[in-house]
Design a protein around this ligand. Structure first.
Ligand SMILES: [Zn+2]
Ligand SMILES: [Zn+2]
Length: 408
């Protein structure tokens, strides 16, 4: 059984009567979205396809985490703006100007770059823009609920922390109590300096209002019922959105999957605080790069956007790499002759399917990498490379040659 079928089976088993299943992916537009993040889209995409194959309704929900605070400015942005953008650290990505000036915001620039880049895959995405969700007050009830249950949330998060063994029981207890007294599941963005370097000094009894101060000197009263310029801390935010969107499945990088990682935290918050069973989770391995030389390798994949890869790989072949590999296994994107072997293998599987020789697993893999409205043509790769070097990879000439040998 293909791994996506196996996940789909578990999703249905858990909730057989659900009318429509939701498989989620989330991305922070903190910079160029690269091939590593692409696994976050490809994994639920195949699960959606597997659910649909079994006659179920399912969709791929993509969360743009543009309301996240900026932690650091990536190197390729720094190259454009210098250290000028350091002042935006702590601001949500949606409030930072586009470094290139061509979009409404920093976030919009990278969101559009990525969406354009993945257009050739023909994925149907149900996008949620988190700044819009928060700032229109959609989460207000959930935020207040989290504030009211902040002591319980603190205890959950605290239970995952590693304790400092050099400290005595009393010291640890005092530290725990002091942290609990000031813990807030929500951060307020300052109206003066736009950052979240704010500190809540007191909550009202019912948890709907607060007093806060900011690093910049600003201090004010905040009403969560009418002011939406605030955001839940990420592990609480993740759990809250699972319930809000009724998510059934979500993958995440293997760091999230660790026993003390975000998913483990959010899973308990989801159940105990929001009364929602956390979605089925699949941790995935990161992706390797093979055969890259020169300048690009030093940027450790930063420029390897789907757009760049589509210059080398057909959309189907890229999807196929993700589909045939179990999410827990790594594979390489090749910039050397490894790519010829990949094309060769892809062509063989495709031909086997078309000629009815393929086993079930191969059929599932090829089903997953099918792009709506496209029928990939296979070419004899070895011959293409041989003849290509003869005609210096002149495309019209190659097409003529291939037409003559009966492989248009
Ligand atoms: Zn732009
Ligand atoms: Zn401020």
């Amino acid at each position: 059984m293909h791994w996506s079928e196996e996940i789909a089976r578990r999703i249905i088993e858990r909730n057989p009567q659900k009318e429509e299943y939701v498989c989620a992916a989330g991305v922070s537009p903190s910079g160029s979205v690269h091939i590593g993040n692409f696994r976050d889209f490809a994994t639920p995409l195949f699960v959606v396809k597997a659910l649909q194959k079994q006659g179920k309704k399912a969709r791929l929900l993509v969360s743009w985490d543009e309301f996240d605070r900026c932690r650091k400015i990536p190197a390729n942005v720094q190259a454009v703006v210098g250290s000028d953008y350091d002042k935006y650290i702590g601001c949500p990505y949606v409030d930072i100007p586009d470094p290139w000036g061509c979009h409404e915001s920093y976030a919009a620039h990278f969101e559009e770059e990525f969406l354009k880049g993945i257009a050739p895959f023909g994925m149907e995405l149900d996008c949620r823009y988190q700044a819009e969700m928060y700032r229109s007050g959609k989460y207000t009830k959930d935020i207040i609920e989290a504030i009211q249950k902040r002591d319980e949330i603190f205890e959950i998060l605290d239970s995952f922390k590693t304790k400092d063994n050099s400290k005595s029981e009393e010291e640890l207890k005092a530290e725990h109590d002091a942290e609990k007294a000031v813990y807030s599941p929500v951060s307020i963005f300052c109206p003066e300096c736009q950052t979240d370097f704010t500190k809540i000094t007191a909550f009202s009894e019912d948890g709907t209002e607060a007093d806060y101060t900011c690093r910049c000197g600003h201090s004010a009263h905040f009403d969560f019922k009418t002011n939406f310029n605030c955001k839940l801390g990420w592990k609480v935010d993740w759990a809250m959105r699972w319930r809000y969107e009724q998510v059934d499945f979500e993958p995440g990088g293997k760091d999230h999957a660790a026993p003390t990682g975000s998913y483990s935290n959010s899973k308990i918050i989801s159940k105990k605080i929001f009364g929602y069973d956390a979605p089925i989770f699949q941790g995935y391995e990161f992706i390797g790069i093979k055969g890259m030389t020169g300048k690009m390798s030093s940027s450790s994949g930063l420029n390897l956007t789907p757009d760049t890869l589509l210059k080398l790989y057909q959309p189907e072949v890229l999807l196929w790499l993700y589909a045939k590999t179990d999410p827990t296994k790594a594979f390489d994107i090749c910039f050397d002759d490894g790519i010829l072997r990949q094309y060769f293998e892809f062509d063989k599987m495709l031909t086997d399917c078309r000629e009815g020789r393929a086993n079930e697993l191969t059929q599932d893999i090829m089903y997953n990498c099918h792009v709506n409205g496209r029928e990939p043509a296979t070419v004899p790769m070895a011959l293409l490379v041989q003849l290509g070097s003869v005609v210096n990879f002149n495309v019209p000439m190659l097409e003529t040659v291939f037409e003559k040998i009966g492989t248009p």
